[in-house]
Design a protein around this ligand. Sequence first.
Ligand SMILES: *Cc1c(COP(=O)(O)O)cnc(C)c1O
Length: 399
Amino acid sequence: MKVSDALALHGGSPVRSRMLPYGRQDVSDADIAAVVEVLRSDWLTTGPVVAAFERACAARAGARHGVAVSSGTAALHAAMRALDVRAGDEVIVPAMTFAATANCARYEGATPVFADVDRDTLLIDPASAERAITPRTRAVIAVDYAGQPADYDSLAAILKPRGISLVADACHSIGGASNGRPVGTLARLSCFSFHPVKHVTTGEGGAVVADEAPLADRMRVFRNHGIVSDHRQREAQGAFAYDMVELGYNYRITDIQCALGLQQLERLPAFIARRRQIAARYDAAFAQLPAVRPLAVRRGAEHAYHLYVVRLDLEALRAGRSEIFRALRAENIGVNVHYVPVHLHPYYRQTQGTHQGMCPVAECAYEGLLSLPMFPAMSDSDVDDVIEAVEKVVVFYRR
Ligand SMILES: *Cc1c(COP(=O)(O)O)cnc(C)c1O
């Protein structure tokens, strides 16, 4: 920001006196009490509350099996192992996502191949995914960017005849649905994150849901060092020996975390209802502000609104996204940017030779992306502060 602009814009006082974060957990006294109850119990990890949380995740997602792990990233990694993704394989991922969506393929020695996204929704473009298919393609990971389900019907029509697995990175979309079918039933494996900015939190945590028992069984072994049977099963059988059958990891989640998760899942419908109210308030305000364009919502999509993403019309503004971003932060609005297209990260440029120009829609969208604060504990007056600050900054920088 130029000094003169900064002075003109902030001659008055900022819209808010304290920073409003872009996302924040909502932990109630009842949530805390449930955690404390586990702390007084016999099982801090690999106990009954983990199993109960897994059943609740599966039920919420409309799937037969749930496997809870230590993070959303671990969930994606477990999904790759369950599908036997390995060195020499390719996994197609959208360019517009968090790095973990691509990294999980690398963990297993496979190569992520970046597909471009749809101009209006920034969800993986099925036509671009189709063009990226080679004889080495093992799986496609669709990302429910910002919280609306990707176009799984079109993806399945392309992938099924070729025997390529479809995985959902549903870290943004738990509780969402597509044409009445819940997130969790739209792909062979669906991965969730329970990081504090996501809908449901366990502090750190994640889960994969699936209908196929062999996939769930493989992931349970994988998250426990590759050992078949956990210590509870051995105790029940009076056995001491155990077999490690593959190289797994310690990706277990604790009963302490799952107690919080169980409580939070109960509250998910209320969380989502509030997120939708906030989105509707933003939508109405930005309909009057042509330089600020919310993402399109697909027909039949029940959006879970992990994020509220807008695209700035940079043609209509005499400042770039960085200046708008800094100006909004100066108003104490905790805006964010989701995401740097993954193929542009130095790691992928250096290891795979990816470069600017490979996914032009994602790259172009990135220049104008802004995520506004969105979390269920926001009050209406918090939402109004965001709207007021966006109007103030955009009107100031209007051409
Ligand atoms: C949060 C997130 C992840 C990773 O989840 P963690 O729990 O932070 O490991 C993966 N993919 C997407 C799209 C995410 O938003």
